[in-house]
Design a protein around this ligand. Sequence first.
Ligand SMILES: [Zn+2]
Ligand SMILES: [Zn+2]
Length: 288
Amino acid sequence: MIKVNSFCYFCSMPLFITSLNSGSNGNCYYIGNNHEAVLIDAGISCRETEKRMKRLGLSMHIVKAIFVSHEHSDHVTGIPGISKKYQLPVYITADTLKSSNIPIEKHLVHSFNGYEPITIGALLITAFPKFHDASDPHSFMVSGNNINIGVFTDIGSACPHVTTHFKQCHAAFLESNYCEDMLVNGSYPEFLKKRISGDNGHLSNAQALELFLRHKNKKLNHLILSHLSKNNNSMKLVGDIFNAHAGSTKIIVASRYKETPVFCIDELYKPSAAKKNSKSSQAQLSLF
Ligand SMILES: [Zn+2]
Ligand SMILES: [Zn+2]
């Protein structure tokens, strides 16, 4: 386990994060420092993942592992190809692996348990259970250099596991899946509406906003609203809702069609310095 409080040459380093794709057509979230990175889920193809990372100035060669939240295809489709090509370890529970039915080379399969952090270089990845209609679903918090990044998508309810970790985050990918009015008045069959809005489904805009307002800490500097429904939500609606309550937090809405920019997450974030930070992060990234 890393000692994040002990002196280290790299302790002033920020973490870099991006959503490579977010939505029911594929999810892949990148979190890393200058030396190593992890992917949380890999739900787009290897080729598309490479293409988007290249556009962002990120190298696949610093990605050291893939962590899998659950078996739904929008989270695992790219795993066989990416793990095979780059020989990346895949951290996946036995139940999720069985349910996903995806081929992963045996020597690359690693299991994990909730609340037992895994060290990848200077990153510490903590999984914890979540409510979702999957066999063994987990959310993740990735920590490094005293910075915590949460990935909270595909959650039916904001249970204490989620709120406890959300409170610690400097940046978070938070699901804001559907607008309740659009879902209720939309064309989905009743069983699907119930599945989406149930305690094992997805988080609505209102639920995500409540979580943000009740549980954000003052260090939360970036909130990336994620996994938006194609038919029951819109990027503009989510942006408007959260920007009205953002305070000092920068609001980003992740797209289901393309990558977000890379965001540089510092322990001490000043909103006015955001532009400057993003320029320096791009300069650092081009060195990879
Ligand atoms: Zn999903
Ligand atoms: Zn799911």
